[in-house]
Design a protein around this ligand. Structure first.
Ligand code: ADQ
Length: 493
């Protein structure tokens, strides 16, 4: 487990589990096992830190207490006691305006460079600020609690993602008012857009200044770091140093770090070693796999079109391949996501209607959440993974597929517009907008000789094994510690 000397306060939109009533009306924890939770929750436990976030309920729900984990709970959050969890409860309407109205209807498309989809509404932006203030107030409570128990410690507050871009500044002010010293770090899980995009946001100066409330800011890629530096320089007139990745703002130095996230590699590998086999129509059938949240950034419709073109060009593959698409329902109360689901249902239906035979359908479409074991089995038994988003901060699916390749080596087809594309060089690259080439790449992947597959996959595995999520966490902790030594320096003219 990764060590941190400071007690860690994680501030994220969600707690690492949601709280709900079971069939007997008793409050229980329901796990959300993402890579972030797996890596970060043990550090919070170990450092006697706290986790601040939304428990899945609203103020009107009158949450009386946070339940303890059940005795048979083996998840990474099992050791997190309820007193280590601070729930943020917002009125339902405020939460909806903040989360759906601003985070998902504005920041999500804008930061993925899809400005035509972004809605800029002043009242939603105000709700975002109010919600961020509320999260910040709870984070200050967390800091005070730690200070009371460990007065000599300097808590490390780690804020996550685009839902909380303004929290750092509010937390800084709150802690200053209490006279408590903290280290403030912020990590963005989605791309940081170029200045051309950012300037479309009507309140860009306020947003950038608030992000700069953190001492240390992390993005997946160097490119996103440069975009951020560029925005601060152009919009706020900050002095920046691209070599040292420093920004001077209000007499403070803020450091910026490329910190590419990864997965709990060992865990996925172990799951793949024991997961039961995926049932095929015949032993020779080759599986093409897609696993995504149902989101317009993931290029799902482009993928169906490319697969259709592949079947048109290669009728010899009919009945020999099957495309399994697993799509997790996401943001189902937002109109655009409902429309995307309808479009995808229609495209899949059309394609299946056109190519199905008496014994075979080209696409197996699973709309829902599946277990980690089932996911690992799909990854392991697939010949090809199609990971071709239109835009993606990193994309963990590409990495999970690689970790689960414990049998016959498969081929990863990856878009350069995913953050993962910049390091996973042995994947076959595909531009999802180029349907013809996409179809040819699918064919190349499905027919690739074993030797080439083995070589590509072994190199991919080596890198992902070494740079797993613990490596990411260590790099983050190192970057924060370095900052304490370096930011006393000056920015060169
Ligand atoms: P996401 O946009 O959610 O994450 P991604 O990185 O691919 O995208 O992570 C999806 C996760 O959901 C994976 O761990 C996957 O295993 C899981 N998952 C997908 N389908 C599932 C299903 N049907 N059932 C169960 N689990 C499923 C955001 C950013 C990404 C960035 C991550 C982490 O958009 O770019 O990589 O955060 O920083």
């Amino acid at each position: 487990m990764v060590q941190s000397s400071s007690p860690m306060v994680v501030v994220a939109n969600r707690l690492p589990f949601i709280v709900k009533k079971d069939e007997n009306g008793v409050l229980v924890r329901k796990q959300c096992a993402g890579g972030l939770v797996t890596a970060v929750a043990p550090v919070v436990v170990e450092t006697r830190g706290l986790w601040v976030g939304w428990p899945g309920l609203h103020k009107e729900d009158n949450l009386e207490y946070i339940p303890e984990s059940s005795p048979d709970d083996k998840s990474p959050t099992a050791g997190l006691k309820s007193e280590q969890v601070i729930p943020v409860m917002l009125p339902r309407q405020l939460f909806d305006d903040y989360y759906n109205g601003c985070c998902n209807a504005c920041f999500w498309p804008l930061f993925h460079s899809m400005p035509d989809r972004a809605l800029f509404q002043s009242d939603k932006w105000q709700a975002y600020l109010t919600a961020n203030k509320e999260f910040a107030a709870r984070a200050v409570d967390a800091v005070k609690k730690i200070h009371a128990e460990q007065p000599d410690a300097v808590p490390l507050v780690w804020i996550h993602d685009y839902q909380l871009m303004c929290a750092a500044n509010f937390i800084r002010n709150g802690c200053e008012a209490e006279g408590i010293q903290v280290k403030l770090a912020f990590f963005l899980h989605i791309p940081f857009p170029s200045w051309d995009m950012m300037r479309l946001f009507p309140w860009d100066d306020e947003l950038l200044q608030n992000i700069l409330g953190a001492d240390s800011i992390g993005f997946h890629l160097e490119d996103y770091c440069f975009n951020f530096l560029d925005c601060c320089q152009r919009r706020l007139g900050c002095r920046t140093d691209r070599q040292k990745m420093l920004i001077k703002h209000n007499a403070r130095l803020v450091t910026v770090h490329p910190l590419p996230i990864s997965i709990p590699y060992e865990r996925f590998q172990s799951l793949a070693q024991v997961a039961p086999a995926v049932v095929k129509n015949n032993p020779e059938e080759q599986i093409l796999l897609g696993v995504d949240r149902l989101d317009y950034t993931k290029g799902l419709v482009h993928r169906i079109k490319a697969f259709e073109r592949f079947l048109e060009k290669h009728p010899e593959q009919i009945e020999k391949v099957v495309f399994i698409q697993v799509a997790v329902p996401s943001r189902t109360d937002v109109k655009e996501y409902q429309e995307l689901k309808e479009e995808l249902d229609m495209e899949i239906g059309k394609l299946n209607g056109r190519f199905s035979t008496a014994n075979w359908s080209p696409i197996r479409y699973i709309y829902g959440c599946i277990s980690q074991e089932q996911l690992a089995a799909f990854y392991r038994d697939s010949s090809v993974a199609l990971v071709a988003p239109l835009r993606d901060g990193m994309n963990l699916v590409a990495k999970e597929f690689v970790a689960c390749q414990t049998k016959e080596p498969g081929v990863l087809v990856l878009s350069p517009f995913a953050g993962a594309g910049s390091s996973m060089a042995e994947a076959l690259q595909v531009n999802p907008y180029e349907t013809e080439l996409y179809a040819d790449t699918i064919n190349r992947a499905i027919t690739m000789p074993k030797e080439e597959r083995e070589l590509r996959m072994s190199l991919l595995k080596k890198r992902e094994r070494e740079k797993d999520v613990n490596y990411w966490l260590e790099s983050f902790l190192e970057s924060v510690n370095c900052d304490c030594k370096n930011t006393s320096g000056r920015l060169s003219p």
